[in-house]
Design a protein around this ligand. Structure first.
Ligand code: PLP
Length: 454
C-alpha cells in the first residue's frame, strides 16, 4: 500500500526556520491562533517569527554573578514546552522508517508530563490515537492538557521519581505491534533534536553576548535529551563546562541517591540510555523547595524581589510566566555554576526554561497549603538563601575515569533490565557512537524531503 505523505519540518528547518518557503512560514505563523492547525508543526523551533532565538538575559541584580546568564525560553513551543521537539522527531523518524503508520499505529508516550503532552499533541496533529503513561502525582494541569489533545492517560503509582514504573508499563504496551512507544529515555531522535536544534540555537544566541562563546551550559536532566545540547557546544568550544543538575532529594547521578522530590520533569532516579555521560563535567544538587519557593518569588512576589534588589517597580515583569519549577532549578544551577567556576563578565552561561508557569498554579496553591501563606519577611529571608545559596559540597566533578565508570555502571544496571545488550552499552562509552548518531540527521532530513508532498 502506498504510504501517506509525511509532513513537518526537517531538523535543519527546525534550527533554521528562515529556510522554509515564505508562504509556509506565513501559514505557520497564522496557525498560532489555532493550536490544532497542523501547520504548527513548522513552529517547532526556538526561533520567533523575526528569526531570533527566544531567550532572556537575567539581570545581574537577580543573579548576583558577573557572567551573563542566558535562558532559552521553551514555553512558546507548540503545546507549551520544548519537549514537543523530541516527541515530533521520534514520531517522524518512526514514520520515515515505516514503523509508524496512520490507521495502524497507536502512539505511546512514557513521560512525566511535558513529553506526554507533546506526544498527545503531535499524535493529534498527525491523526494517531495516543496513550500517555505517567505517574499519578504530577501537576493537575498536565493531565488536563493531555486530555484536551485527545490523549488517553494510563497512570502509574507515585511521582516524578517513580519513572521506572512508567518504563515497565511501556514494556507491556510493546507486546502489541500496533503500539509504537516513543521511548524518550532510550531513543536517539531526542538526542539528535537537542544536540542539533537546541545546541545550534544556543550557539547562535551566545554570539550576541560577552565574548560570544559559551563558557558553561547547565540543565537538569529528565530524559537527558536537553543535556545533548552540551555535545554541540563542546564541538564548537571544547573547554565549555557542562553541568547536570539534580534535586538534592534524589541525587542519583551524584551518589546513587533515590528519593522523592518536587521538581517535575527531572530527577528520574536513573542514568538514561541517551545520556552521553562522557560530556557531563559536573553534577550539582539543588534543593527542591528552593525551586518551588523560587518560582513563587519570581512569579507571584516580583514586587517583593524588586524591593529586595532595589530595582524599579516592574523591572522583573519580563520574567512573568517564563518559568516552571525546573526552569528555576536551572537558573539557580547556572548562578551557582558561574560562582563555582569563577566566571567573569565576558563569560556566557546558558540554560533552559523547558516550560512556563501555565502548568504550575496548582503547585503554588499546594505550597500555600503546606507552609501557610508566606509572609513578606519570610520570603525576604528565603530570597538570599535561594538565590545566593549553594555550597561546593553540592557540586561533584565527574570528569575522572572513575566517575565515568560509576555512571556507566549505573546506566548498565538499568538498561540491561530492559533488554539492551552489553555490547550496545559498551559502544556508548565512545564519543564516536554519539557522533555517528548525530550524523544520521542528514539521512533523516533527506528522507523527509523525499517523503513530503511537494
Ligand atoms: C519541566 C521539565 N523540565 C525539564 C525536563 C528535562 O528535560 P530532558 O527530558 O530533556 O532532560 C523535562 C522533561 O520532561 C520537563 O518536563
Amino acid at each position: 500500500m502506498p504510504r501517506a505523505p509525511i509532513f513537518g519540518p526537517t531538523y535543519h528547518e527546525m534550527l533554521y526556520p528562515e529556510t522554509l518557503p515564505a508562504s509556509l512560514r506565513k501559514q505557520a505563523e497564522a496557525a498560532r491562533a489555532n493550536e490544532l492547525d497542523a501547520a504548527n508543526l513548522f513552529n517547532i523551533t526556538w526561533k520567533a517569527p523575526d528569526n531570533t532565538v527566544r531567550h532572556i538575559l537575567l539581570p545581574r541584580e537577580l543573579t548576583g554573578v558577573e557572567a551573563n546568564i542566558i535562558v532559552l525560553v521553551g514555553h512558546e513551543f507548540p503545546s507549551g514546552s520544548h519537549k514537543v521537539g523530541p516527541a515530533y522527531a521520534t514520531l517522524l523518524e518512526g514514520e520515515l522508517a515505516d514503523e509508524i503508520r496512520p490507521d495502524e499505529s497507536t502512539i505511546i508516550g512514557p513521560s512525566t508530563g511535558n513529553f506526554g503532552i507533546g506526544v498527545a499533541y503531535i499524535a493529534r496533529l498527525k491523526g494517531y490515537p495516543a496513550v500517555v503513561i505517567m505517574p499519578e502525582q504530577m501537576s493537575a494541569e498536565r493531565y488536563q492538557r493531555i486530555r484536551d489533545y485527545g490523549g488517553r492517560l494510563d497512570l502509574t503509582p507515585g511521582s516524578e521519581s517513580d519513572v521506572i514504573l512508567v518504563l515497565e508499563r511501556a514494556e507491556e504496551y510493546k507486546k502489541d505491534p500496533r503500539n509504537k512507544v516513543l521511548a524518550q529515555f532510550e531513543l536517539l531522535p531526542n538526542y539528535r533534536f537537542h544536540r542539533y536544534v537546541t545546541g545550534g540555537s544556543v550557539l547562535q544566541v551566545a554570539r550576541a553576548y560577552g565574548n560570544g562563546r559559551v563558557a558553561a551550559f547547565v540543565a537538569a536532566p529528565g530524559s537527558a535529551g536537553t543535556l545533548a545540547t552540551g555535545d554541540e557546544i563542546k564541538t564548537r568550544f571544547p573547554d565549555a563546562t557542562i553541568c547536570a543538575l539534580e534535586p538534592r532529594e534524589c541525587s542519583t547521578l551524584f551518589n546513587n541517591g533515590r528519593g522523592t522530590h518536587r521538581i517535575e520533569g527531572i530527577g528520574d532516579k536513573m542514568v538514561t540510555l541517551i545520556h552521553n555521560v562522557l560530556t557531563t563535567d559536573y553534577v550539582m544538587l539543588i534543593h527542591d523547595d528552593d525551586c518551588v519557593i523560587g518560582l513563587e518569588l519570581l512569579q507571584r512576589q516580583q514586587a517583593l524581589v524588586e524591593r529586595v534588589l532595589h530595582l524599579r517597580p516592574g523591572a522583573l515583569h519580563f520574567l512573568h510566566d517564563v518559568f516552571g519549577i525546573s526552569g528555576v532549578c536551572n537558573i539557580l544551577g547556572a548562578m551557582r555554576a558561574s560562582r563555582h567556576l569563577g566566571l567573569r563578565r565576558q563569560d556566557n552561561v546558558v540554560t533552559i526554561a523547558t516550560d512556563g508557569f501555565d502548568r504550575y498554579p496548582s503547585v503554588l496553591q499546594d505550597l500555600e497549603r503546606r507552609t501557610g501563606a508566606l509572609t513578606e519577611a519570610m520570603l525576604g529571608d528565603r530570597f538570599d538563601q535561594i538565590f545566593r545559596g549553594g555550597t561546593s559540597a553540592e557540586i561533584l566533578d565527574v570528569r575522572s575515569r572513575g566517575e565515568k565508570q560509576r555512571l556507566f555502571s549505573s546506566k548498565e544496571a538499568t538498561w540491561t533490565r530492559f533488554g539492551y545488550s552489553p555490547s550496545y552499552l559498551e559502544s556508548m562509552k565512545s564519543q564516536s557512537f554519539w557522533n555517528c548518531e548525530y550524523e544520521k540527521i542528514r539521512q533523516v532530513d533527506a528522507a523527509l524531503s523525499r517523503a513530503r508532498p511537494s
